[in-house]
Unconditional design. Structure first.
Ligand code: GRF
Length: 276
């Protein structure tokens, strides 16, 4: 009887000891990751108000992201997000897509394509525009975007960033641009936040499409960018309930509040090399 009690006691002691040991190993591993992972250099692209950009600026400042935003680029001049970046002391630049596309529409021959642009290669890789649209439409899209994307790259590449974060950047990126950022095979470097639970409702109006479809649950998704529209590997998702009397405005607000939490969390996972 005494021996039994002693044995049980011993087993419990050993179990606790093992669990403590495991806990210490895990704590040390987390500390190591934080020490080992350097502060990552983050580039950001926006098109508008930049509330996600603000959440990322704040998370870098308070240490929730082990990183630093190096620049903010916009495809639209004078948006509020650019002011937010300047206020935080971040370099900014603008590549005016609308202007470039307008000039291309007026006179396609005026487009000066990048030296390293190969239309056959980019056409074969892209999944953004359906082949049924016809070659002219596809080529116009790819060529005009390549001109804008070359300007983006000229601004971006000198910074040698670890991660490019699309924070409400409302332009699709073609394989021409993606291949010049993702230079290491199988290593994604471009992250996006989408206002719906992908793969449902890709495109520009995720919350609107979710609401109009009559969904009872909405959400947001952080994913890597690939050659399709909102089709890249999913990193994180967050969902919310849509109540019967919710308006579209309420749905958007619920979604955005989750985006401001989810995006910094996913960027921090990247910084800690937990996504490799
Ligand atoms: C967000 O809803 C994001 O999911 C979508 O565009 C919106 C940008 O908002 N891609 P903000 O500029 O970050 O306020």
């Amino acid at each position: 009887m005494v021996l039994d009690i002693l044995c049980q006691h011993n087993e419990k002691f050993l179990k606790n000891k093992n669990e403590n040991k495991k806990r210490v190993i895990m704590e040390n591993e987390n500390k190591r990751r934080i020490i080992v992972s350097k502060k990552i250099k983050i580039g950001t692209l926006i098109s508008g108000g930049g509330t996600n950009l603000q959440a990322i600026i704040d998370s870098c400042a308070n240490g929730e992201i082990n990183g630093q935003i190096i620049f903010t680029g916009s495809d639209v001049p004078r948006v509020k997000g650019l002011e937010r970046a300047k206020k935080a002391g971040i370099d900014t630049f603008v590549v005016d897509y609308r202007q470039i596309i307008k000039s291309a529409k007026e006179d396609m021959s005026s487009l000066i394509l990048p030296d390293d642009f190969n239309i056959e290669e980019i056409r074969a890789k892209q999944h953004l525009i359906c082949k049924d649209k016809g070659l002219d439409k596809i080529d116009f899209f790819l060529k005009s975007r390549a001109v804008a994307e070359r300007k983006l790259l000229d601004n971006i590449l000198p910074y040698e960033i670890d991660l490019l974060v699309l924070a409400g950047f409302m332009r699709t990126l073609t394989p021409y641009f993606i291949d010049r950022i993702n230079t290491v095979p199988d290593r994604h470097k471009i992250m996006n936040i989408h206002p719906a639970l992908l793969p449902a409702f890709p495109g520009t109006d995720g919350y609107g499409d979710t609401f109009r479809y009559g969904c009872k649950v909405g959400g947001c998704t952080v994913h890597y960018i690939d050659y399709g529209e909102d089709t890249g590997p999913i990193i994180g998702q967050r969902a919310f309930q849509i109540e019967d009397n919710d308006t579209l405005e309420i749905v958007k607000q619920k979604g955005l509040e989750l985006e401001w939490q989810l995006y910094p969390e996913c960027i921090q996972k990247f910084a800690l090399q937990l996504l490799l």
